[in-house]
Design a protein around this ligand. Structure first.
Ligand code: PLP
Length: 404
């Protein structure tokens, strides 16, 4: 009998954050082992709850969420996003320029499906949040990775971007604050990217889902606030800033040179209509979230949980012989490097699997983030300090005796 096969269009689509190693961790848990999970940026899994006011409003308004709504999303929610744009200097955004989705994830896939013809190229940072590469590949585009320089606080290498622009390049992705590196880009860097986009007629796709998770007084600049003659798509949502990852609530804002994007916008509207609308109860949370005072500021200020956890994990990682880590300025992750002289790693997935089997700690290998070297790991610093201390001690122990 013939087997049922997946479609060929999935052949090169990868999303390893939830891949083989995670399956192995689940197996260990089913056998009764306790695994320290430092692998996924899911705040609610670490007692970082959705603010009470947002939860209560969703419950109170649940009876209003029984039917489909307009496919772009509830007017009140999009109005709140529009006000957010005004506050953040993203000018001339109308209600109709905002699309709500089941998380940023859906909007990333939808926009790539609408934008790309076969072989169209999209410039994506390396390392990246791998959904971007997967979405471009799924949409028959070609992901072209540009280098982010660890020596320069993981900032994008502008010369590398410039070299990689071809006549097939349609867009450039920025993830700012960055997952997995924690980099937060300066105005100068963003202006250089915008200038390249202007010169080569590229669309700037700016994933800003961590824009409120900032440390050490770092300022976040929305890329779309820097020009109105370039086409920008800005992505954001409730998953991280409001710890509501399970609500599946995100949005995409189209701004700048919209008048040159009528056909593309029609395409996005069609895809948006085809899936009827995003989850409505979660749309009810957006106005309360963006209009309220339940920001993440207390968690990221000195003494706050996220700030202190970042300090602890970063210090302990840098104390491990052969390990160094750029200090993240935003988001929820550390991306340490294992010195290749001490650890000439050939297969980083195997290293992460061995770490899981020996020490019961779950991390993600750097190569899952589309970087070509095998010398990095991604560590989520959402667990409480005592768990992070335990995990870093076990990582140090594992590395001290690891035979490659
Ligand atoms: N973009 C980045 C950079 C992320 O790190 C994530 C999730 O980790 C997402 C998008 C997905 O967000 P959402 O939960 O809104 O789908």
């Amino acid at each position: 009998m013939q087997n049922y096969l997946k479609s060929a269009k999935l052949d090169n689509v990868c999303y390893e954050i939830r891949g083989v190693v995670l399956r192995e961790a689940r197996r260990l848990e089913e056998e009764g082992h306790r695994v320290l999970k430092l692998n996924i940026g899911n705040p609610a899994a670490f007692e970082l709850d959705v603010p009470e006011e947002i939860q209560q409003d969703v419950i109170y308004n649940m009876h209003l969420a029984q039917g489909y709504v307009e496919s772009k999303g509830l007017f009140s929610a999009r109005k709140a996003v529009m006000h957010y744009c005004q506050q953040r200097g993203i000018d001339k955004v109308d209600i109709d320029d905002i699309f709500l989705g089941n998380g940023v994830s859906e909007m990333i896939v939808m926009s790539m499906q609408a934008m790309l013809n076969t072989g169209d190229e999209v410039l994506i940072p390396a390392p990246d949040y791998p959904l971007w590469t997967a979405a471009v590949t799924l949409s028959s585009g070609k992901p072209v990775h540009y280098r982010c320089d660890e020596q320069q606080d993981w900032f994008p290498d502008i010369d590398d971007i410039r070299k990689k622009i071809t006549r097939r390049t349609r867009a450039i992705v920025l993830i700012n604050p960055n997952n997995p590196t924690g980099a937060v880009y300066s105005r100068e860097l963003l202006e250089q990217v915008v200038e390249l986009a202007r010169q080569h007629n590229l669309i700037v796709l700016s994933d800003e889902i961590y824009d409120k998770i900032l440390y050490d007084g770092t300022e976040h600049i929305p890329t779309a606030s820097l020009a109105d003659d370039v086409l920008f798509f800005t992505y954001n949502g409730l998953s991280k800033n409001y710890r509501a990852a399970g609500y599946r609530s995100g949005w995409m804002i189209i701004s700048g040179a919209k008048h040159r994007a009528r056909d593309l916008i029609e395409g996005i509207e069609m895809l948006s209509n085809m899936r009827l609308c995003a989850n409505v109860p979660a749309q009810l949370a957006i106005q309360t979230a963006l209009g309220g005072y339940q920001s993440i500021d207390d968690l990221v200020a000195p003494g706050g949980r996220l700030f202190e956890q970042r300090e602890t994990a970063w210090n302990l990682l840098n104390d491990i012989p052969g390990v160094s880590c750029v200090k993240p300025k935003g988001a929820l992750y550390l991306f340490p490097r294992l010195d290749p002289k001490r650890f000439p790693i050939v297969n980083d997935e195997k290293l992460v699997l061995d770490l899981l089997l020996q020490e019961r700690i779950l991390l993600v290998q750097g190569s899952a983030f589309n970087i070509d070297d095998k010398q990095h790991l991604r560590v989520v610093f959402l667990p409480r300090e005592d768990t992070l201390e335990d995990a870093m001690k076990r990582l140090a122990h594992f590395l001290s005796s690891y035979q490659l």
